[in-house]
Design a protein around this ligand. Structure first.
Ligand SMILES: NC(=O)c1ccc[n+]([C@@H]2O[C@H](COP(=O)([O-])OP(=O)(O)OC[C@H]3O[C@@H](n4cnc5c(N)ncnc54)[C@H](O)[C@@H]3O)[C@@H](O)[C@H]2O)c1
Length: 259
């Protein structure tokens, strides 16, 4: 299967570019770092020729002034879904985020992947928008869409929180492989998380498309302390729910305007 990988030069994009070919995918890379912008319809249309599915990672991955979020995550997501539709591409995997539901408390009960929106930032709001776009393109145009509420996708678990939220690079590739190969997919919200023993999130929706994670942050980083999660971890979004991720703080600390 030939796929377009947007955001291919980013953290997650590089992990996937390194792994998906070995899983049988021909990957066409697309990233602003290489002069390709999803908001440039001509560039996107030519990149979508002969492509069977899109994995859309490109975007602003943290809180930022609205003008930045809007251009990268709102306009950008619409451009990609619309470009895929124009090109007759039936399947899109969209990188959403746990911050779409960041103010949701977690408990000993695993949270379902279809937990209702409860964004913790404008960034999280933009991910809710992307999920809604996916639902819309699935319902109106019959596209097959998987929205992945990714936890913390990094080479290694970094801190106590990631004992719950880590998505290993190999499991990330397994998840994309499952979403691209599933005959069951119509529209799905799926937690992007490894088989962490301390996870807060259910693997059930992933299992429905054939995702079988193999990694566990507690095995990869036995030195991390599961108790070291403090009160920030009473809700899913962790530090994103705190004052330093308040948009006023972000705008004060940047050159961007707030529109
Ligand atoms: N890394 C994580 O743990 C994590 C967690 C939750 C969600 N996500 C989501 O996964 C995706 C990838 O995250 P990441 O950590 O690799 O971020 P990243 O910033 O490392 O990569 C994003 C890439 O997108 C590119 N990009 C941005 N705007 C673009 C545009 N208009 N056109 C083309 N390319 C553009 C950037 O150049 C960059 O290479 C993002 O959508 C992010 O919100 C990541």
């Amino acid at each position: 299967m030939k796929i377009l990988l947007t955001g291919s030069s980013g953290q997650v994009g590089r992990m996937l570019s390194a792994r998906l070919p070995a899983l049988g995918f021909e990957v066409r890379e697309f990233d602003r770092a290489n002069g390709q912008d999803v908001n440039d319809p001509a560039a996107l249309d030519s990149a979508l020729v002969d492509i069977q599915a899109v994995v859309h990672l490109a975007g602003q991955p943290t809180e930022a002034p609205w003008s930045v979020i809007r251009e990268a995550n709102i306009d950008g997501a619409l451009a990609v879904f619309e470009g895929a539709r124009r090109a007759g591409i039936r399947r899109v995997v969209f990188a959403s985020s746990n911050h779409a539901v960041g103010f949701t408390p977690h408990s000993s009960e695993e949270l379902d992947a279809a937990t209702p929106p409860r964004p913790d930032t404008l960034y999280g709001v933009s991910k809710v928008f992307g999920e809604a776009l996916g639902r819309y393109y699935a319902d109106r145009y019959g596209m097959q869409v998987a929205c992945l509420r990714i936890g913390s996708c990094s080479e290694h678990p970094r801190d106590g929180r990631s004992l719950a939220t880590w998505l290993s690079p190999d499991d990330c590739a397994r998840l994309i492989q499952a979403c691209l190969g599933s005959s069951e997919l119509t529209y799905a919200l799926i937690w992007g998380v490894s088989a962490n023993r301390y996870r807060w999130w259910s693997l059930a929706a992933g299992a429905e498309v054939g995702y079988r994670p193999l990694d566990d942050a507690a095995i990869t980083r036995p030195d991390l302390d599961v108790e070291d999660r403090r009160d920030i971890d009473a809700v899913v979004g962790g530090e994103y729910t705190g004052a330093s991720y308040d948009i006023d703080e972000v705008v004060r600390g940047s050159e961007g305007d707030r529109t």
